[in-house]
Write a protein that binds this ligand. Structure first.
Ligand SMILES: Cc1cc2nc3c(=O)[nH]c(=O)nc-3n(C[C@H](O)[C@H](O)[C@H](O)COP(=O)(O)OP(=O)(O)OC[C@H]3O[C@@H](n4cnc5c(N)ncnc54)[C@H](O)[C@@H]3O)c2cc1C
Length: 375
């Protein structure tokens, strides 16, 4: 439990030392993954200091072990901070089956502080394979971040009378009510009006629909989801943008095109099924739109996006370029490799995610961990 001294000081602190023989191999991707969840990370010798919205953390690699420390002045944020470390560490290093045991202050299980409840107000078919759902909710200002575009949705069953939500416990882990895990998936906030209390999300309707796509297909006004986040970096200021992705990245690309300003130059490369999937996007005149049509081939089976990125005429000053994208894992790996090895784009000039995996659903990706997600 929280010590009396902690309560009096108003500072909550916990630490864990984890046996982690392959720490050297996993540390970099773990730090990068933590950084995508709205954290600022600075290197201090071999250690990393993490500045989070409600506290601080430190990762200290030792010989075959990893020491974690979290400090916060908000008791509700303690478990959240633990989770912000435990989540990426256990996902990226899923193969290592790490056991993370915390000591220090304990505040008890609590709802995630970022959880908001959204209800569907409107469902519109943008194209035959893209559905826009408008949600309403309260207290959404934390989601109104041009630099944090993504969120995780928790899908409640239809007609739920009193929705139950997951809690974060003192181990920094998610606890589902009555052990009934609800499906969750990552989506992009296409548009937000925090004053009006509205969020729009565009769902690509793929053929092998999983729980998210099924939920979206059947959504009607009044249906409920939980939203967590926001996370993941948007585009940084640049003179030249290369935006690339399939339909799952189209909401992010569309949002960035609206943000970059009239003078921006560059190219947006968007892989979709065919002409009926094209959307009228607002974009600066200097950013060319290139729609790449699969013409009936299954998503994730063509080399269209890889070839389109390969054909980009990159400016010589790569420090003034920004690449943003998301797509199926195989294309992601190839493009990632190309950006690093051929283009030699600096690490801080790109935000690129594997959005889905052609042979795995999200639960399977999480179970495999970094191997199914990293380049
Ligand atoms: C950072 C990030 C942002 C994202 N933003 C969006 C967004 O704004 N809009 C959006 O539509 N998606 C987005 N996605 C992708 C979305 O999360 C995945 O497509 C997710 O797997 C869909 O969940 P599901 O329950 O329908 O399918 P799952 O249960 O995860 O998978 C079921 C089956 O469908 C296949 N599959 C999954 N996605 C696709 C797909 N897109 N095309 C073809 N087959 C697929 C899987 O291989 C699996 O066989 C984003 C993903 C990430 C990581």
């Amino acid at each position: 439990m929280t010590s009396k001294a902690s309560r009096e000081r108003g500072v909550y602190r916990a630490e864990a030392t984890v046996d982690f023989p392959k720490i050297e191999e996993f540390l970099d991707p773990i730090v990068s993954s933590i950084a995508t969840h709205d954290m600022t990370i600075t290197r201090d010798g071999k250690c990393f200091d993490v500045l989070a919205p409600h506290g601080r953390a430190r990762l200290e690699p030792l010989e075959g072990r990893l020491r974690l420390t979290v400090t916060t002045d908000d008791c509700n944020a303690l478990n959240h901070l633990k989770y912000a470390l435990v989540g990426p560490i256990t996902f990226i290093a899923a193969s290592e089956k790490l056991h993370i045991e915390w000591s220090g202050d304990e505040t008890g299980a609590a709802l995630p502080e970022d959880l908001r409840v959204l209800s569907v107000v409107h469902v519109a078919a943008l194209t035959p394979r893209m559905l826009r759902i408008t949600f309403s909710g309260n207290d959404l200002s934390r989601y109104d971040r041009p630099d944090q575009l993504h969120c995780r949705l928790i899908f409640q069953p239809k007609d739920v009378a009193s929705p139950q939500w997951p809690m974060l416990d003192d181990r920094g882990q998610v606890v589902w009510p009555k052990r009934q895990k609800l499906p969750t998936r990552v989506y992009t906030i296409r548009r937000i009006d925090a004053v009006k209390g509205e969020i729009e999300i565009d769902f690509a309707l793929h053929d092998t629909a999983g729980p998210a796509t099924r939920w979206a297909r059947e959504a009607v006004p009044g249906d409920i989801v939980g939203i967590l986040g926001p996370a993941a970096n948007g585009a940084k200021p640049a003179d030249f943008y290369v935006l690339a992705g399939d339909e799952t990245a189209l909401p992010g690309i569309a949002r960035i095109l609206e943000q970059v300003g009239d003078k921006a130059r560059g190219v947006a490369l968007i892989e979709i099924d065919g002409p009926t999937e094209e959307l009228p996007l607002l974009h600066p005149p200097g950013v060319a739109l290139r729609w790449l049509h699969r013409n009936g081939a299954a998503a994730g089976t063509t080399s269209l996006l890889v070839e389109a990125v390969q054909a980009v005429d990159w400016p010589s000053d790569l420090d003034r370029v920004f690449f943003w994208g998301g797509c199926e894992h195989k294309a992601f790996r190839k493009i990632h490799h190309m950006l690093r090895q051929d283009v030699r784009l600096p690490r801080d000039r790109q935000t690129f995610f594997s959005h889905w995996h052609r042979s795995l659903n999200e639960e399977e990706i999480i179970a495999i961990g970094g191997e199914a997600y990293l380049p």
